[in-house]
Design a binder for this molecule. Structure first.
Ligand SMILES: NC(=O)c1ccc[n+]([C@@H]2O[C@H](COP(=O)([O-])OP(=O)(O)OC[C@H]3O[C@@H](n4cnc5c(N)ncnc54)[C@H](OP(=O)(O)O)[C@@H]3O)[C@@H](O)[C@H]2O)c1
Length: 253
């Protein structure tokens, strides 16, 4: 079976690695090409957009892909919508691998907002010390609130830097522990965190650290995901694929 995994997440890498170990599957991992130096994936990888849903459908046909796994980040809503449309066009079986969202726990002070502009507004008029744990693409909106002092953490440098008087930049790739993130928040005297509800363990450190320090988090809500069958773990995806292989064998495909 030829499997295309739409990736850009730790789960996609883990899944593709598992599939590559198994002779039943021929896996290709697809990356958008956003990060300058992506982690070595250890499996055949293609990089760059497909050219919308139609481009992805054409790729699925040309490469004779038997199943498509959307293991992209929960906030990467365009590629997920394209995957749903391309699967519908081609008839390729599609499964999403989605990390469950984090749930609020006692002591958490989350201010949930719909979008990045609402996140900027939620910081208020008075100057604050803000930790932005967002992608490079989203931080630009905070130039509309130059009264705050920002600590910006991203995988690749924010270029150009924000047009605000007070901003410090850190480039780092997770996982981030609670202890390290707590030390970071304390060192920079942060009083509010802005984050996405990414789910998973790798970026939970700041959430736990904010709780321990009694800091509020402005939390961007997840975008609505297209209606598609979804699994929450790599193991569930493997079971779904095994079932698909059995079905194909039964049909004599
Ligand atoms: N958004 C986040 O917060 C976030 C966080 C961590 C990692 N990521 C990863 O970074 C990538 C880009 O995220 P995004 O939010 O910019 O995506 P997006 O807005 O949903 O996608 C924008 C375009 O990028 C291309 N693309 C996205 N993912 C792709 C993939 N895996 N393989 C090939 N092309 C892809 C597609 O171009 P075409 O239309 O030309 O095909 C898509 O239309 C995703 O793969 C995602 O898993 C995103």
């Amino acid at each position: 079976m030829k499997i295309l995994v739409l990736g850009g997440t730790a789960e996609a890498r883990a899944l593709a690695g598992k599939l590559a170990e198994c002779k039943t599957f021929e896996v290709t991992l697809s990356l958008a090409g956003r990060t300058a130096k992506p982690r070595a994936q250890g499996v055949p990888t293609r990089i760059g957009g497909f050219g919308g849903a139609d481009g992805l459908a054409a790729y699925l046909r040309k490469e004779q892909i038997d199943a498509l796994i959307d293991a992209t980040h929960p906030y990467a809503d365009t590629i997920s919508a394209n995957a749903a449309r391309a699967a519908a066009q081609t008839g390729a079986p599609l499964l999403a691998l989605r990390r469950p969202a984090w749930e609020m726990k006692p002591g958490d002070q989350w201010i949930e907002v719909e979008n990045i502009n609402a996140a900027v507004a939620a910081l208020g008029a008075a100057p604050r010390r803000v930790f932005l744990a967002l992608g490079r693409n989203e931080v630009g909106a905070f130039t509309n609130a130059p009264q705050h002092a920002y600590l910006v953490r991203s995988v690749d440098p924010v270029d150009p830097p924000l047009a605000v008087p007070h901003a410090i930049y850190l480039t780092a790739r997770g996982p981030f522990s609670e202890a390290d993130d707590r030390a970071l928040l304390e060192r920079h005297r942060i009083d509010v965190v802005v984050a996405k509800n990414s789910g998973g363990a790798a970026s939970y450190g700041k959430i736990a650290a904010a709780r321990a320090l009694h800091l509020p988090i402005v939390m961007l809500k997840r975008p609505a995901s297209p209606d598609m069958e979804a699994a929450e773990t790599v193991e569930e995806v493997l079971a779904w694929l095994d079932h698909a292989v059995t079905l194909a064998a039964t049909r004599g495909v």
